[in-house]
Design a binder for this molecule. Structure first.
Ligand code: FAD
Length: 430
């Protein structure tokens, strides 16, 4: 049996692919696998680029353990089985007149996978998706269940909210949600320098915003989001998986393929993509507006740096990308408010997240290495699900509560049953 992630950057051949349907089965599976000395890894939708998932032993998927368990409209909280995808959860929330307070740019991830790596959207008023977790049930190596929330052991709770599947298996997750809302999304092409000059104004004038800069051009696509009462837009109008979007994806795939076979055309491809951008405004249900179709596969590195360093960091990345004729994919810049989970890349720090990409058929190492050096210079913390080479020593310097997380991990998983090769590097375990 073989497994491969979405981006094609990680794969494995586990002996067992386990798909429990109940929490009792899950507990039994974990305990017996750990007793047998197996390495247990958990997979969500496989949308992480790093080697978080691979194992030669037991790969555990919660794809049969899904759905909403409870909705508390008064408390604005929802409890969901951990294998549920964001797409399913969003639709169920909408049926109850509720929504996630913020989302990233796709909805394919499972809820446990998304919070497991500190997945984020954009907006300084919002932390990572993990900061929306108000409770969870965690099955640990001995098969026991820990019911965690902010009223209990706060270190354990903050460790579990971003835990890379290294503490055990999240069985259910309780999220704080908000009344359903619409979003007005404005897409506008502007010169990058003007965008960088206006960073503070964008923060003030809009609820949320982000931008994509197209290498080898002066053009940035700015996306601003403003919240409106539910029902302002028409359901469906904010969706991007429309025919137009599929055509755009297909055109971009062609440009990327040509740029891979004939690298000399890569800058032209980026220029072409930038030249065809058109200003556009849409209003629709929040979860439809946030979610994009990403049909062109890529490799990605993303680092969070202090939010007030965004301009120098983007200028340095621009110089690298403009000087490399292989670079074609846009550079994406988002903002995340400081939050509390011990391993959240936005832990206690308002952050700008800067992401670089290459088409999946292209080599990424050289470009990413040069970008990573810049991110590190600015105190960057890697997105756990996106390619990076940070080791335990570097990470310990970046995370003020690193030792606290390590203590929790050693206590809950003393024999390292949940550690694979990648996590041993990350946590500095022999
Ligand atoms: C096209 C694309 C778009 C993306 N957009 C964004 C974005 O907008 N913002 C952003 O921040 N990131 C983004 N990402 C990254 C993505 O959100 C993260 O990598 C996320 O962790 C993937 O979730 P998944 O369900 O695929 O989990 P996987 O990648 O399968 O697993 C992620 C981690 O969660 C752990 N895990 C999974 N289930 C459980 C469980 N039940 N209990 C304990 N641990 C568990 C796994 O062991 C692993 O460590 C994107 C990735 C892709 C490919």
């Amino acid at each position: 049996m073989s497994w491969r992630n979405w981006g094609g950057t990680a794969s494995c051949e586990p002996t067992v692919l386990a798909r429990p349907e109940t929490e009792a089965d899950l507990r039994e599976l974990v305990a017996s696998s750990v007793d047998a000395g197996d390495t247990v890894r958990i997979v969500g939708s496989g949308h992480s680029f790093t080697g978080l998932v691979p194992t030669d032993d037991v790969l555990l998927s919660l794809e049969r353990f899904t759905g909403v368990v409870a909705v508390d409209r008064d408390a604005e909280e929802v409890t969901v089985r951990a294998g549920t995808t964001l797409a399913t959860l969003n639709r169920e929330l909408a049926d109850h007149g509720l929504a996630m307070a913020n989302l990233g740019d796709i909805d394919r991830q499972t809820i446990a996978g998304a919070v497991g790596t500190g997945t984020h959207g954009t907006g300084l008023d919002f932390g990572t998706l993990s900061s929306q977790v108000v409770g969870c049930r965690l099955v640990t190596a001995d098969g026991s269940v820990h019911e965690l929330d902010a009223d209990g052991d706060s270190t354990l709770f903050e460790a579990a909210r971003v835990s890379l599947g290294a503490l055990g298996v999240l069985s259910t997750v309780t999220l704080s949600v908000v009344p359903a809302y619409d979003l007005r999304l404005r897409r506008e092409a502007r010169p990058l320098d003007a965008v960088l000059t206006d960073v503070d104004r964008y923060h003030t004038d809009h609820d949320q915003w982000e931008f994509f800069w197209f290498p080898h051009t002066d053009t940035a696509l700015v996306k601003t989001y403003d919240r409106k009462p539910a029902g302002t837009g028409d359901p469906g109008t904010g969706r991007f998986d429309t025919l137009g979007d599929r055509v755009e994806n297909a055109a971009w795939e062609t440009i990327c393929r040509v740029g891979t076979h004939a690298p000399v055309t890569a800058p032209t491809g980026a220029k072409l993509a930038a030249a065809t951008l058109s200003d556009k405004t849409e209003v629709g249900p929040s979860y439809e507006v946030f979610a994009n179709a990403r049909e062109v596969r890529f490799s990605e590195m993303e680092y969070g740096v202090p939010a007030d360093e965004v301009v120098p960091v983007v200028r340095r990345i621009r110089a690298i990308a403009d000087g490399d004729r292989h670079v074609q994919f846009p550079v994406e810049v988002r903002f995340v408010g400081g939050d509390q989970p011990l391993l959240s890349p936005a832990h206690a720090r308002d952050s700008a997240f800067v992401a670089v990409h290459t088409y999946h058929r292209k080599a990424y190492r050289e470009y990413f290495d040069r970008c990573e050096a810049v991110f590190r210079e600015f105190g960057g913390r890697p997105h756990w699900g996106k390619l990076h080479t940070a080791d335990a020593a570097t990470l310990a310097e970046r995370y003020p509560r690193w030792d606290a997380f390590q203590s929790v991990r050693r206590e809950l998983d003393p024999d390292g049953a949940f550690l694979n090769e990648h996590l041993r590097d990350v946590f500095g375990v022999e």
